[in-house]
Design a protein around this ligand. Structure first.
Ligand code: SF4
Ligand code: SF4
Ligand code: SF4
Length: 588
């Protein structure tokens, strides 16, 4: 530990802590635009300057040392910070009235905080084109302040290396790796760059108008589904606490927007578990293509196809839950409702930007003869639609989903949290192997935000080794262990592996709200405190659910009894499973 003084307050912090973090520990906020708790600062914005023994230094990149005396705010520092911010603004379009980020923009907020209403520095905004090539995220270099958060997240946290800096000095800009458009870079569309960008420079590809158009087209019956993680995050856009579960209000809002039926992706999560647990039990008994990897995260699937194509046969062939709901809505439900499938449109509300890519990936995503899912909007886009439509979300009364595609178990709802898919699958796999239910439905070893969580589960004297990878950037060492064992024909370290591309799981997906952090010292957007609160919201729903097991979902049982046959049978396989292909890193 080291002892120092910040604004004359005695502070004790671990050696190596930056001055910025030491100040935050003492409840002193130093302005910054490039520092985010999930990544190292690039020291690029220059706003976090402080005085150390009279010398001006950047607090984000200067470690606190014994005996330091630091001043974080005085007239001179204020003036320098203002000038630095004005320089940033001189290179920025200041297009707030037309910017999707207005109201949740750290640059806008900082400008207001510093009281800048005029800028004497000559404005020079280079005409830089937007990159919309992925149709999942949009990179608008004109609004970029070159803080480097996105590059750090993409390279150092996600280990994708799809973004990089181009040029130097005033001409520096962010582009796809090798100066390619993003769809020709290794980008996996996870949206973590958008989740961490302080400005409107990286945002979701906006499909809200397409959905409004569908809703006003009376030729179609437009139905909607919401992913597990949406319910514990949307409220943040309307002033609710972090992690508050607002499922019933969201259903009500969706009806007011004009959707004909409100279904729930959680139904698809239960269906995924039936197919995936059956697939795992079959593979495990036959020692066939183990370990099996979960496949419900499209960014992880994309990563596997690009970085580990030799392991593609190890991916579960199950479609992700919202694709399953789409396929079932356009077959089973269409028949029940007496509606021609060609007249049904399915919209998914997802915490994820990669889902926009998933619905287009190949012909298995149209196994009913029509696209399983027609449009994907993120949680942020749903908030935008609710606001545009003038719906008083805060005061809506809770409503129920429409059945049968609205019933779900507690196991389904925890799909949104790292470790949740594995927990849900093990509950059902245990039942399939033993014919009895687990005594304890939680596996504490795979809960929480650790990078890789492992456990050994005893099922009737057989040991099943599992791993949960929290964030795709942590998958490398696990793959190395697995591929070494496979190459040397040794005992596998794991039989079943869950991977979620976004740290924390879907609750922290690239399409989730970006509002002010949970506490004073946290920035806008995502951080571990918010991850924990959103996870708690889903875990609580599971803990209190009357049914916590996917195989006890009555509507799912009926679906198999009356329509699909047995899990993995021809019809179920045709509608609910997909295939994968090797993808080049630098090809659209
Ligand atoms: S990025 Fe922020 S400051 Fe820039 S135009 Fe958008 S809202 Fe305004
Ligand atoms: S979406 Fe993900 S992979 Fe693509 S550039 Fe952003 S952080 Fe990198
Ligand atoms: S795109 Fe956003 S996160 Fe990336 S450098 Fe620019 S402002 Fe920062």
């Amino acid at each position: 530990m080291v002892q120092l003084k910040i604004n004359n307050i005695n502070v004790e912090v671990k050696e190596g802590t930056s001055i910025l973090d030491a100040a935050r520990a003492a409840q002193v906020n130093i302005p910054t635009l490039c520092k985010h708790p999930d990544v190292d600062p690039s020291a690029g914005c220059g706003l976090c300057i402080v005085k150390v023994g009279g010398r001006i230094m950047r607090s984000c990149s200067t470690p606190a040392t014994e005996g330091m005396e630091i001043i974080t705010d005085d007239a001179e520092l204020k003036q320098i910070r203002k000038t630095v911010l004005k320089l940033i603004l001189s290179n920025h379009p200041n297009d707030c009235l037309n910017c999707t980020r207005s109201g949740s923009c750290e640059l806008q907020d900082m400008t207001a905080q510093m009281g800048i209403s005029e800028n004497e520095i000559i404005k020079m905004v280079p005409p830089l084109p937007k990159d919309e090539t992925t149709k999942c995220i949009v990179l608008d270099p004109a609004k970029c302040i070159v803080c480097g958060r996105c590059v750090n997240i993409c390279q150092k946290v996600q280990n994708v290396w799809a973004l990089s800096y181009l040029n130097r000095g005033f001409s520096t800009k962010i582009t796809g790796a090798n100066d390619t458009p993003l769809d020709r870079s290794p980008c996996i569309k996870c949206g973590q760059c958008a989740a961490h960008c302080p400005t409107g420079a990286i945002t979701d590809y906006d499909n809200t108008q397409k959905v409004f158009d569908l809703l006003s087209n009376k030729e179609y019956t437009t139905v909607v589904q919401i992913a597990p993680a949406v319910r514990v995050a949307l409220g943040e856009e309307f002033g609710f606490d972090f992690g508050e579960n607002l499922t019933g209000k969201i259903y009500a809002a969706l009806r007011r927007l004009g959707f004909s039926k409100v279904f729930d992706t959680n139904f698809g999560a239960d269906l995924t578990i039936i197919e995936e647990a059956s697939e795992f039990v079959k593979r495990f008994k036959a020692n066939d293509h183990l370990p099996m990897f979960t496949s419900c995260c499209p960014a992880w699937v994309d990563y596997m196809e690009k970085y580990y194509p030799e392991n593609i046969p190890n991916l579960s062939s199950c479609k992700s839950p919202h694709q399953m709901v789409g396929a079932v809505a356009k077959t089973y439900w269409a028949e029940k409702a007496g509606i021609d499938a060609s007249k049904i449109k399915v919209v998914s509300v997802m915490p994820c930007t990669a889902k926009k890519w998933e619905i287009e990936r190949d012909e298995t995503m149209r196994s009913s003869g029509y696209k399983d899912v027609d449009e994907v909007i993120t949680t942020r886009e749903l908030a935008k639609m609710i606001k545009k439509a003038g719906i008083d979300f805060k005061h809506l009364k809770e409503e129920q989903a429409d059945n049968p595609l609205g019933e779900y178990s507690g196991a389904a709802t925890i799909f949104g949290v790292t470790g949740g898919v594995m927990t849900a699958a093990l509950r059902t796999a245990y039942f399939y192997i033993t014919g009895s239910e687990l005594e304890t439905l939680n596996f504490h070893a795979i809960e929480g935000l650790d990078a890789v969580k492992v456990a050994e589960i005893d099922i009737n004297g057989i040991s099943v080794r599992i791993a949960v990878v929290n964030g795709v950037g942590n998958v490398g060492p696990v793959m190395e262990q697995i591929n070494t064992a496979l190459a040397e024909k040794k005992d596998l370290p794991f039989h079943f592996v869950e991977v979620m591309a976004c740290p924390g799981g879907c609750i922290a997906g690239g399409g989730q709200p970006r509002v002010m952090g949970a506490t004073f010292d946290k920035p806008w957007g995502i951080n571990d405190e918010i991850r924990k609160l959103r996870s708690k919201g889903l875990n609580c729903e599971d803990a209190c659910a009357q049914n916590r097991l996917s195989h006890k979902n009555e509507s799912i049982k009926k679906l198999y009894d009356t329509y699909l046959g047995k899990p993995g049978d021809e019809k179920a396989h045709h509608l609910l499973h997909t295939k994968y292909e090797k993808r080049d890193l630098y090809k659209a």
